[in-house]
Design a protein around this ligand. Structure first.
Ligand SMILES: [Zn+2]
Length: 330
């Protein structure tokens, strides 16, 4: 991916921010967490993990999520938590406490299988179980979904109808980037109506920064931990540039990314680097985001409720279609 090349993200973010008319309310930013035990990550799909080690990760997931809840509370910030359904069974109190603090509970599937590993029937079953368990533990309705490893892609286009049929109000699983594991580079960078064969659903794509004709995945992950925070800020500034179509900066994190003391999984060199780089500074960085953008954070469902009133302003996009004219600005 082309980055660097003498470009200073701090300067660029500053320049874009200056061009915003001061009278317009600034578009919202969503802090989202994909809650899963560390052994469930896609990079560890072929790693065998002992029952004892799984338990260690399970306990640590609970503890790091609670630290995040404290940090959010101190910053008076509400977030969205996409939680693996099985966690609602093993840690019902955690799910209840997240909802009790006012955060949104969304589904991150039942057992964290990529959509590619399911078919329409088994996906529906997986989603139904996940929503049922999360609603039971939280006492709140689940309205949003994030697929494990952003696995809503061209080859899993059938999933759109299943998501809409399940009663969900929105999805946040399409990353408009080119990546070896996920991504739909032609998808709009701002919220859009995702068209299935029979039905449609509102999509909130994670934040990207468009530069050199490419979308960079600045919403979280390695970009958050490895590169200067200026990359994420540049993405937020660029997505905030224009009033139409409506935009949102959807950011994503995982509780295990805030746990530098956890035992490391035996991953290959590249995955090890991607997974653990910068973990020691994540908590401080999140704090800097809270400070920098204080007042702009919203739960995904709150953004969705506003967007539902302006659906006609949003681009429409089909995963398996030509999609001429749906390119978002930038
Ligand atoms: Zn996940």
């Amino acid at each position: 991916m082309k980055i660097g090349l003498g470009w200073n993200p701090r300067e660029s973010a500053f320049r874009v921010e200056r061009s915003l008319p001061s009278s317009l309310p600034e578009p919202p930013i969503v802090i989202s967490f994909d809650v899963e035990e560390h052994f469930r990550i896609e990079a560890a799909a072929n790693v065998t993990c002992s029952t004892d080690l799984r338990q260690v990760y399970s306990d640590r997931m609970d503890a790091s999520t609670r630290r995040l809840l404290d940090q959010l509370g101190e910053a008076q910030t509400l977030a969205t938590f996409y939680i693996v359904g099985q966690i609602a069974v093993t840690h019902p109190k955690l799910v209840k406490d997240i909802a009790g603090a006012g955060h949104e509970i969304g589904s991150h599937s039942w057992e964290h299988l990529r959509v590619h590993r399911l078919n329409p029937a088994s996906f529906r079953e997986d989603l139904k179980r996940s929503i049922g368990a999360l609603e039971q533990a939280s006492g709140a309705a689940v309205k949003g979904f994030r697929a494990p490893t952003f696995s809503v892609m061209k080859e899993t286009a059938w999933v759109v109808d299943a998501l809409a049929e399940s009663g969900l109000r929105y999805d946040s699983s399409i990353f408009p980037v080119r990546h070896d594991r996920y991504g739909v580079p032609s998808a709009p960078r701002t919220p859009f109506v995702l068209l299935g064969n029979q039905r449609q659903i509102l999509e909130l794509p994670p934040a990207t920064y468009r530069r050199f004709g490419q979308n960079m995945p600045v919403a979280g992950g390695g970009y958050f931990r490895l590169f200067p925070l200026g990359f994420m800020r540049a993405g937020i500034a660029q997505l905030s540039e224009r009033a139409a179509p409506p935009s949102v900066s959807m950011l994503y994190f995982h509780p295990w990314e805030f746990d530098p003391g956890q035992p490391k999984l035996p991953l290959n060199r590249l995955s090890r680097f991607r997974t653990y780089v910068g973990i020691g500074r994540s908590t401080a960085r999140l704090g800097r985001l809270f400070e920098r953008y204080s007042g702009r954070f919203r739960r995904a469902i709150d953004v969705v409720e506003e967007l539902e009133m302006r659906l006609e302003m949003l681009p429409r996009f089909r995963l398996d279609g030509e999609n001429r004219g749906t390119e978002s600005p930038g």
